[in-house]
Structure formats: structure tokens, C-alpha cells
Ligand binder design. Structure first.
Ligand SMILES: *[C@@H]1O[C@H](CO)[C@@H](O)[C@H](O)[C@H]1NC(C)=O
Length: 293
């Protein structure tokens, strides 16, 4: 009786001491895991581990510059804000996207190299002269200098599309009477989509004001085209669709593709003839894939 009675508690105490040991080991182990986590030696796996850093958007917030500071230098950009002008096509204006200095810089870089503009021949995919496009222009290579890299970074932040998807910046000059008839920016041939795929979006930057005419017009835009605040300032050509008046430093972003990646025929657009003054603009076409520039 006595032996039996003593053997029982001895057995259960062995059991309870081994479970206490396992429990302690577990506590110590989790303590070490916590220390390793705290020191950053271990890390909790996360899906963003390998993906590139997201655009930080630091360059596109609504920034109001006090008027006394704005007049100090043309290097500073005036009030920056984004205005949605249409959902079909998807189009927004980014006001004061470029500073006056940046506009003048792009014009001066391009000026010595201006050539008569061409259009893409949809049969051969090659460039050809055309009566529908009477401007002159040139390309500035992607990433060619600090100013252009800064502008291209800002375009990527604005569009959420990587710098590597962009073609070189095209700078265009339209004199009185010069225009670009309505066209699509997307390609309807096989040749031009081999590098970078289809054109997805266009950022059109106005490098100068235009006294009269020179609007960017979307003749197939849905909605009330006369509801824009600048309706009464538009030329006859500008009143044939939804129009944007060129203003130095403003950038117009429109999409040639719908959100489902199908081509958007409402992105048809043209440049109205300049009636008075000069029009300088710069275009960034952005592809679906990386573009070898
Ligand atoms: C279009 O907008 C203008 C200006 O806001 C307005 O006067 C006109 O009634 C609108 N037209 C339609 C069809 O809604």
C-alpha cells in the first residue's frame, strides 16, 4: 500500500517535470525567435520582398507655392493640380507640370534639330511625309541628361507607368496654319508594336502659350463638350470636340487603351491649326511593355 502509494506520485511528478521542461524549451525558443526578429536576422516573408520600390509620388502632390516665392524664379513651378476633363477618353490635365525653365530648356535642346514631321505608314510601318501633319519636330533621347531624367521621372509618377516604357521625348513646333489632323496614337500595323508593344498612354506637354488656335481636340469624346470653362476662347476647330487650350507648363495625359486593355477609339485627337502665335509641345508616348529607346 505504502509502496504503491508512493510510486504513483513519483510517476506523475516525472511526467509533470518533463512537460515543464518541454514548456520551458518552447518559451526559450520563442524568446530567441523574438530576439532574432527584433535584430532583423529573421524576417517575416512578405509579398513585396522582390518587387521594385513603388513610385513615391513625392513629385505630384498638390503643391501651392506662395505668390511672393513664385515670382522669385521661373525655376519654381506654380500651383500644381490635376483636373479630370473626360472619362471617354480618359483624359486629365496636370496644371504646371513643367516649370518655365524646363519648357525653355526643351525648346532650346530641340531647336537646332527640327525636321519636318512625318507620320507612320500603316502599310509599311515606316515614317512618311504627310499633309495631315505639317509641324516640325525632333526626338530627345530618353534619359539623356539630368533635366530630361527629372521630367521623365515626374511623368512616371503621374501616369504610374515606368520610365522604361516611354519612348524618347518628341518636341514639336507648329507655326501659324500648321496642324495635325485627328488620329489615334495606337498603331494599326504589326511593325511598330514589335518594340514595346502597343502605345497605352500619351503625355502631351505644352511648352508655350498659343495666342489663338492650336488646341488639342478630341472629336469623339463623350459628354458635353461646351461645358469646359474655356469654351468661348476656342477656335472653330476647337469647338468640334472636347478641347484643351495650350498653356505653358501644363501636361495633358490621355489613354489610348481602356482599363480592359482594348484600344479606345474615343482617344481620337488632333492639333488645331495655330491662328496666332507659335505652338511648342512635347510628347511622351508610353508603351504597354519596356521600350528599347
Ligand atoms: C452643356 O454645358 C453648357 C455649359 O455648362 C450648358 O449651357 C448646356 O446646357 C449643356 N448642354 C447639355 C446638352 O447638357
Amino acid at each position: 500500500m505504502v509502496l504503491k502509494g508512493r510510486s504513483l506520485p513519483r510517476g506523475s511528478s516525472r511526467k509533470s517535470s518533463s512537460s515543464t521542461l518541454i514548456f520551458s524549451i518552447m518559451i526559450i525558443c520563442s524568446f530567441f525567435v523574438l530576439i532574432l526578429l527584433a535584430l532583423g536576422i529573421l524576417s517575416v516573408p512578405s509579398s513585396s520582398g522582390d518587387s521594385p520600390k513603388a513610385h513615391d509620388l513625392s513629385t505630384i502632390g498638390h503643391r501651392t507655392i506662395p505668390s511672393d516665392r513664385r515670382s522669385e524664379s521661373k525655376d519654381a513651378r506654380a500651383d500644381q493640380w490635376v483636373e479630370v476633363i473626360s472619362w471617354e477618353p480618359r483624359a486629365v490635365i496636370y496644371h504646371n507640370f513643367l516649370s518655365q525653365d524646363e519648357c525653355e530648356y526643351l525648346i532650346n535642346m530641340a531647336k537646332p534639330h527640327m525636321e519636318k514631321s512625318t507620320v507612320v505608314d500603316s502599310d509599311t510601318g515606316k515614317s512618311k511625309d504627310s499633309r495631315v501633319r505639317t509641324s516640325s519636330g525632333t526626338f530627345l533621347a530618353r534619359g539623356r541628361d539630368k533635366t530630361i531624367r527629372a521630367i521623365e521621372k515626374r511623368i512616371a509618377d503621374f501616369t504610374f507607368l515606368p520610365v522604361d516604357h516611354g519612348e524618347g521625348l518628341q518636341v514639336l513646333h507648329y507655326e501659324v496654319g500648321q496642324r495635325y489632323e485627328p488620329h489615334f496614337d495606337y498603331f494599326q500595323d504589326e511593325f511598330n508594336t514589335q518594340n514595346g508593344g502597343q502605345r497605352m498612354a500619351t503625355v502631351l506637354m505644352y511648352l508655350s502659350d498659343v495666342e489663338e488656335g492650336g488646341e488639342t481636340v478630341f472629336p469623339s469624346a463623350k459628354g458635353n463638350i461646351s461645358a469646359v470653362p474655356w469654351w468661348n476662347e476656342l477656335s472653330d476647330c476647337g469647338k468640334e470636340g472636347l478641347s484643351v487650350k495650350p498653356k505653358m507648363g501644363d501636361a495633358l495625359l490621355f489613354w489610348s487603351m481602356k482599363p480592359d486593355a482594348s484600344l479606345d477609339p474615343s482617344s481620337l485627337h488632333g492639333g488645331c491649326p495655330v491662328i496666332k502665335g507659335n505652338k511648342w509641345s512635347s510628347t511622351k508616348w508610353i508603351r504597354v511593355n519596356d521600350y528599347n529607346a
